[in-house]
Design a protein around this ligand. Structure first.
Ligand code: ADP
Ligand code: MG
Ligand code: MG
Ligand code: MG
Ligand code: MG
Ligand code: MG
Length: 656
């Protein structure tokens, strides 16, 4: 199980003094890893998912559903199974998460590239949920919902109850007791607030249902509280009218998601997958939309991403461009202003060997990249190529937020904690993961945008779909490149209410490269160095070839050009050796993805919104009351248990 290192985290006024130390040593650690593994080749596909749960306590007598804060006890119980080897035997494992009502689970060993392994995905997810359930109380359930609709509402929303106070977050809404008590998490929370110079401020537009007053001034905000100096933030303008205001890390890091990690053959294949999947990220964020409600209200958006981005935004006012830098401010960064939160979409492409990217690098990497100049110079000196050096020099503009005193001095040839300190607190849509020192693990990429779905079937479907997308990217050497600025635009649009059906996204339409064989043989992906096929000339030729498409056109194909991701995947499956049973199961999963994109099946977000709006107690004021919330949770529990719908592709019920 993912154990957290124990130690003494430094408060911000001390931690900041070691920021340069951590960056400098972290880069030396990266250079050692790179030198030892840059030539590593021939690693096979291994992959795995991460599913995050919220544990909910049902009070059937009182008709209340609350967030259970028993993570530590539940994990302690599961650790006993682990000690007996039972989790390994079941091929599951559990990890702690930020929210004290959350659990994370992954398979104990990664899946392989064998198509038959895809049949295990749903089974493994179901087993994890079952084992989690067996370690809960009778009135507790593990649900995979992306955002809790009641987190931070007035009254009791946790079990047990705590008043909304606490020195770490100083939130008007969340008690510090919702934070995983391991020292790392309250320190993260407090240090982000300290570094930023105020509480974080997230404002999600309210859904203007017919009885929401205009302007909407949230009556549940205690603007006059005077417990901490930061209490004034809300009335000083942090809480915007017409928005749902959230002031604490827990609102974002307390969301659940579905992530996938893939091992590549070598570093170049990992760089290729990183780039190609980055362009797919906003599409999958929109397609998996599952989070329409926050802090007791329906919002006017369907996905969580900007809530998390805002909830860990530790940039100062100068870095956010709100204030000119003081005359004596020193920084190693190429600019004082940092355009994005450390939790955001990626900022630059990596695949230097790709002729399309190489032929028009500034066209695709078209967004200003703030880098740490000292780190950049050191990486150049160590022989990193420009794109790789810039990638890490960009991640290293950030400060380490949590530093454990006991980990300050490390053996840079054998350890990587300083590197990981910065790397793993850059929470972007994609993460480029170098091999851990001293392990046999290869270069990996993590796909991070997706929202978690109610059922294991859906989570398996989206996981399998992305696995197959990686296979067609490599086998057909597909080219999804778009200027980064267009990917950023797509990320914004992906939040919009009902974006699946009502919005268009920039997407490349000629994804097949000129002169590339469209063979389904995995070996055509590149030569032994992982270099892509295709000539530099198609870079210039392909510039203008992106259009705004609907999600349906991107997933299922457009009559005017783009064949669609699912048809490409289906063609691939016909060309590889897959037995009929496997094919049949895969088709059920692809069918779910396809029907979500076409609108034949509703997204989780739409389903939640419609459930709330059709509840007899709903007053069309966008309020998700405790009573509505209880019924919503009960209804989601039923779906989770397979009631009310059927995973058979022929009979997936219309309502879901
Ligand atoms: P993190 O929290 O850093 O993203 P986790 O350990 O929670 O990482 O999840 C990593 C996922 O990667 C798991 O699903 C695991 O099965 C999978 N995995 C483990 N080893 C490999 C590997 N060598 N290549 C690809 N995926 C792997
Ligand atoms: Mg982790
Ligand atoms: Mg994890
Ligand atoms: Mg997690
Ligand atoms: Mg308290
Ligand atoms: Mg992860």
């Amino acid at each position: 199980m993912g154990l957290l290192s124990l130690g003494t985290p430094l408060p911000w006024d001390q931690a900041k003094k070691y920021a340069d130390h951590v960056r400098t040593q972290g880069i030396e650690q990266l250079i050692h890893i790179y030198n030892n593994t840059k030539g590593k080749h021939g690693d096979v596909l291994l992959w795995g998912d991460e599913v995050e749960y919220m544990v909910i306590t049902l009070d059937d007598a009182d008709k209340k559903a609350r967030l259970s804060l028993r993570q530590a006890e539940i994990l302690a119980d599961l650790a006993k199974l682990e000690e007996q080897g039972l989790l390994k035997e079941a091929d599951v494992t559990f990890h702690p998460e930020y929210g004290r009502y959350m659990l994370e689970s992954t398979p104990a060993t990664p899946y392989t590239g064998n198509p038959v392994d895809l049949l295990n995905v749903q089974r493994n997810m179901a087993k994890r949920r079952q084992i989690a359930k067996e370690h809960l109380r009778d009135n507790e359930i593990p649900l995979t919902i992306t955002s809790s609709p009641i987190l931070g509402t007035p009254g009791q929303f946790t079990e047990p109850y705590y008043p909304p106070t606490g020195a770490a977050s100083r939130s008007l809404f969340l008690p510090d007791e919702i934070i995983n008590p391991h020292a790392r998490f309250p320190t993260l929370t407090a240090n982000i607030r300290m570094r930023r110079g105020s509480k974080v401020a997230v404002n999600v537009p309210i859904f203007f249902d017919k009885n929401v007053p205009k302007p909407f001034i949230d009556p549940t905000i205690n603007f006059d509280r005077d417990l901490y100096p930061e209490d004034a933030n809300a009335k000083d303008g942090a809480a915007l009218p017409d928005h749902i205001y959230m002031d604490s890390m827990g609102f974002g890091m307390g969301c659940s998601c579905l992530q996938l990690t893939f091992q590549a053959t070598n570093i170049n294949e990992a760089r290729n997958l990183y780039d190609q999947l980055a362009t797919i990220s906003p599409i999958m964020l929109a397609l998996t939309a599952a989070s329409p409600a926050y802090r007791g209200y329906l919002s006017d958006q369907d996905t969580r991403w900007n809530v998390i981005a805002g909830s860990v935004d530790d940039r100062t006012e100068v870095e956010r461009g709100l204030k000119p830098p003081p005359a004596d401010l020193k920084t190693d960064n190429s600019d004082f202003v940092i355009p994005k939160s450390r939790y955001d979409s990626i900022d630059s492409y990596l695949a230097i060997n790709d002729p399309v990217l190489r032929g028009a690098e500034s066209h695709y990497n078209d967004s200003k990249l703030v880098v740490n100049n000292k780190v950049l110079a050191r990486l150049h000196e160590a022989g990193f190529d420009e794109l790789l050096a810039k990638h890490f020099a960009h991640l290293f503009i950030r400060d380490p937020i949590v530093i454990f005193k006991e980990l300050l001095e490390q053996d840079n040839e054998k350890e990587s904690d300083h590197f990981e300190n910065i790397q793993s607190t850059n929470w972007q849509t994609m993460r480029f993961k170098p091999p851990p020192p001293g392990s046999s693990i290869g270069w990996r990429v993590e796909f991070r945008p997706m929202e978690v779905q109610f059922t294991d079937f859906e989570n398996a479907s989206f996981s399998i779909f992305i696995v197959l997308v990686t296979r067609v990217i490599l086998s057909y050497n597909l080219n999804f490149y778009l200027p980064i600025s267009k990917v950023d635009e797509n990320m914004k649009v992906a939040h919009h209410r009902n974006a699946i059906l009502e919005e268009k996204f920039w997407f490349r339409t000629n994804v097949f490269r000129e002169g590339a064989e469209h063979s389904a043989n995995g070996d055509t992906a590149g030569n032994a160095n992982g270099e892509s096929n295709g000539s530099a000339s198609d870079a210039a030729a392909n510039h203008g070839n992106y259009e705004q498409l609907t999600i349906n056109e991107i997933i299922n194909g457009s009559s005017t050009g783009f064949p669609g991701l699912i048809p490409i995947v289906r063609q691939y499956l016909q060309n590889v050796n897959v037995d009929t049973e496997t094919l049949c199961t895969l088709e059920k999963h692809l069918s779910l993805v396809s029907k979500r994109a076409s609108g034949e099946l509703k997204s989780n977000a739409t389903w939640i919104r419609e459930f709330v709006r059709s509840h007899p107690a709903y007053k069309f004021d966008s309020v998700v009351s405790p009573e509505i919330h209880y019924d919503l949770i009960k209804a989601i529990e039923k779906l989770t248990n397979g009631e009310g719908w059927n995973t058979d592709s022929a009979s997936i019920l219309k309502g879901f």
